[in-house]
Design a protein around this ligand. Structure first.
Ligand SMILES: [Zn+2]
Length: 372
C-alpha cells in the first residue's frame, strides 16, 4: 500500500462567512487538531494545493459567472465587507482566490494520485468553501466553485481518464454536480441524501439523467433518521454493483459529514465508525479495480464530529495493511464508551429505508444488469 495524499492549507480558513455561520473556518482548525491527535501528518504524504486557473474553472463554470464572482470579490475588498450571494452563501475579499485554491486542490490531488511513482491511490482534499451545490452559472448553499466536478473534468481533459464515478454522501443532494454531468455517460454520479430536504427541487431517484446520460445519475433519497445500517445497505445494494459494472478509472467522493447523528443541520444518524465503514467501502472498490480515489470535504457542521469523521476517513484511506485497517475501525468501535457517536446506528424506520432501496434498485435495473 502507499501513503494517502493529504491536501490542506491554512489559507482555506481565510474564506469568510458571517459570525455564527455554520460553514466556518473553525471546521478546518478542528480537523487539524484531530489530525494532530492521531499523529497522522507524519504518516501521510502532504501535498500543497495550487490555484485553479480561469481555464480550469471554465471546464465546468460559465466564464460570465467567474467574472461576476471576481467583480464581487473586488467590491468586497473595496468596501471591506462580506457580500451575500444568496440566502446563505457569502464571500469576502479573499474568497474568490480561496475558492480558486480549493478547486485547484482537487486538481493537485488528481495529479498526485496519477503521477506518484509509489503508486499512491488515495487522496483527501480538506478544503473550504465546499463545492457540490455550486451550479454552472451560480453559487449556492455555501459553495462557489464545484470542486469535485472541476476535478472530474480536469482528470478527463488533461490526465487521460475516461470514466469517472462520483459518490456524494453529504446529507444534502449534490445538485450542482448532478446538473453538471446530467447528459454525460462518461461521469456516473450517485448521491445519498436525506429526502425530502434542502435543496427541495432535486434529489429524487427518478432524476436519472437525460439523453446519452440516462441511467448515469442515481439519487439515493433516504428518509430522515437513516443510520449506518441503511447507508451501508444502500451502498452495498446499489452503489457497489453499479460501480463495478461501470468500471471507472477514477473514483471521486463528495464527502460531507453532515449526515452524522450529531450534526446540527441534518437529521440522519451516521456515526463516526459508520463513516469509517463507508470510507472502507470506497477504498476496497478502488483497491479492487486498482484505480485512484480522491475524497473531497463538503459539509459537516458539528466541528467535533466533522473532524473525527473526516479523520476517520483519512485513517482508513491511509491504512497500510489489513491489520492497520482493523485497528483503525476498532479505535472507533468502543461498545463500553459513553460517547454515543461510537456505536453503529440503526434506522428510525428500517422498513421504510429497505423499501426505498428496493424501489431504487427496481428503477435502475433497466440500465444496470448488476442490479437484476
Ligand atoms: Zn451538506
Amino acid at each position: 500500500m502507499s501513503k494517502m495524499v493529504l491536501i490542506r492549507d491554512p489559507r482555506f480558513k481565510k474564506h469568510q462567512t458571517p459570525d455564527a455561520h455554520p460553514e466556518s473556518p473553525s471546521r478546518l482548525s478542528s480537523i487539524d487538531n484531530v489530525i494532530a491527535k492521531w499523529a497522522l501528518a507524519q504518516r501521510v504524504n502532504e501535498v500543497l494545493p495550487r490555484k485553479a486557473t480561469f481555464t480550469d474553472i471554465a471546464r465546468v463554470h460559465k466564464e460570465s459567472y467567474v467574472e461576476e464572482l471576481k467583480d464581487k470579490a473586488e467590491r468586497a475588498s473595496r468596501d471591506n465587507s462580506l457580500i451575500k450571494l444568496d440566502l446563505d452563501t457569502y464571500m469576502g475579499s479573499e474568497s474568490f482566490e480561496i475558492a480558486q485554491l480549493a478547486a485547484g486542490a482537487g486538481l493537485a490531488a488528481v495529479d498526485a494520485v496519477t503521477d506518484d511513482p509509489s503508486n499512491t491511490h488515495c487522496a483527501f482534499v480538506a478544503v473550504r468553501p465546499p463545492g457540490h451545490h455550486a451550479l454552472v452559472d451560480a453559487p449556492m448553499g455555501f459553495c462557489l466553485f464545484n470542486n469535485v466536478a472541476l476535478a472530474a473534468r480536469y482528470a478527463q481533459k488533461e490526465r487521460g481518464y475516461q470514466r469517472v464515478f462520483i459518490i456524494d454522501w453529504d446529507v444534502h443532494h449534490g445538485n450542482g454536480t448532478q446538473w453538471a454531468f446530467y447528459d454525460d455517460p462518461s461521469v456516473f454520479f450517485t448521491s445519498f441524501q436525506q429526502y425530502p430536504f434542502w435543496p427541495f427541487d432535486s434529489g429524487w431517484y427518478l432524476e436519472d439523467g437525460q439523453g446519452e446520460g440516462r441511467g448515469y445519475n442515481m439519487n439515493i433519497p433516504l428518509p430522515k433518521g437513516t443510520g449506518d445500517r441503511g447507508y451501508l445497505k444502500a451502498f452495498d445494494a446499489l452503489v457497489r454493483p453499479i460501480l463495478l459494472e461501470f468500471n471507472p478509472d477514477l473514483i471521486l467522493v463528495s464527502a460531507g459529514y453532515d449526515a452524522h447523528q450529531e450534526d446540527p443541520l441534518g437529521s440522519q444518524r451516521i456515526s463516526t465508525p459508520g463513516y469509517a465503514m463507508l470510507s472502507q467501502r470506497v477504498k476496497d472498490l478502488a483497491d479492487e479495480l486498482e484505480v485512484p480515489a480522491v475524497v473531497f470535504l463538503e459539509g459537516g457542521y458539528n466541528v467535533k464530529t466533522l473532524a473525527d469523521s473526516a479523520v476517520a476517513t483519512m485513517r482508513v484511506l491511509n491504512a497500510q495493511d489489513e491489520a492497520e485497517c482493523g485497528a483503525v475501525h476498532a479505535s472507533y468501535l468502543m461498545p463500553m464508551s459513553a460517547a454515543n457517536s461510537n456505536h453503529v446506528t440503526g434506522d428510525q424506520d428500517e422498513v421504510q429505508v429497505d423499501e426505498r432501496i428496493e424501489e431504487i434498485r427496481r428503477h435502475f435495473k433497466r440500465y444496470w444488469r448488476s442490479l437484476r
